[in-house]
Design a protein around this ligand. Sequence first.
Ligand code: HAM
Length: 428
Amino acid sequence: MSDPVTTFKAPIGTHDVLGPASAQWEGLVATFAQFAFRYDFELCITPMFEDVGVFNRGIGEHSEVAKKEMYVFADRSQRHYALRPEGTAPVVRAFVQHHPTVPWKAWYVTPAFRYERPQAGRYRQHHQLGVEVLGTDDPAVDVEVISLAQRFYEAIGLRRFRLLVNSMGHDVCRSAYVEKLRRHLLANVPGLCVDHRDVWHENPLRVLDCKKRSCIAVTEQGPMLIDHICADCRDHFDRVVAGLLSIGIPSTINPRLVRGFDYYTRTTFEFVSDALDGAQNAIGGGGRYDRLAEQLGGKPTSGIGFGSGIERLLLARDAEDVQPRDLINRTLDLFVIDTTDLDVATELVDELRSAGFATGRSYDRRSMKAQMKVADKSGARLALLVGPLEDAAGEVTIRDLRSADFEQRQRTVARGDLALEVSKLLND
Ligand code: HAM
């Protein structure tokens, strides 16, 4: 007896996207690309893996993602790489390597890999749409980046979402604050959650990000960063909030919003959907990272950006019952039915596709009836029939698959006039 053939499934926490869901993905990416163009961003493509140091230094080796969630591997030459867990550090690494003219405004669409506990809205491979701007700390840029996200969410039909903002201050004012927080945590260690009780001192800010009730209770009694940032950082923050208001974008200050990566400075923000479950309700997030270029070996260069999970956006759209307006039309124009026993269909579809028509056909020399069935199912507007008689006369019969009126339904045209006739009928 031979061994049964093993079948495989997509790895845990990942998923395949097939039609019709994939049409929603296409629509979302196309809309984002259009917005990025409108806001004057260029596409940036970087490798799916980087030297592990890009992330250890970039997002911080004490961050949860670097410590527990990165897919790290050695290649056959024993170089240590990581699959990208996020999109910012690679873009900044590319900036440092190629030094494009500033301000440099880049957008991307990328998978991101994190070894998380998979659940609805949280995956081991998710996909992000994002932007980064390098080379200016003008609060107007913060406003522009946040407004791009806001307007994009509105354009894809989302309504039930809110913008939360905070400021992380810069190195100096944050360090002074972290000392105050450290003292508060030290006095309250027994109250912290089991995950943080032993490691809180590695990076006390992470405790602010903890969603466990015990950590929330301890930190609520402690100092808040937004109350301790310096006058310059406060002024920057106030200008961002005022700039957003001036274009009709309200925001709520969330003093606990420190986000999961160590690179953040000054403005941080998150968009949360009220239609999604609490733990996975962030549809996008980002902020400033004014030291990251330096940490990756470049000259001091300010930066800001955001990333938005495609899966979360689609879940939010579903939960809000939004009918997508950005679906790309995937209906065929034409379907060629060839009963000649020759390869007329091969020439005909090539001619029609080159003329710009979305054209389907069937294969395997099936019967006229079987081909007609597929044509009907395809949703194509017109069927083009070529049998031996039409072929000998240099003609094609056009049948309107959506008309009930038989007279209207069918007409035979010379092959030379086909593209013109088809175009007239489609535009009718
Ligand atoms: P992040 O908040 O880790 O930020 O991820 C951005 C977005 O990706 C989240 O708001 C969420 O929509 C989605 N997301 C994150 N993890 C998962 C997951 N496991 N499954 C499904 N969706 C997920 C960043 O990655 C930063 N690079 C954003 C940024 C850009 N900051 C500055 N520039």
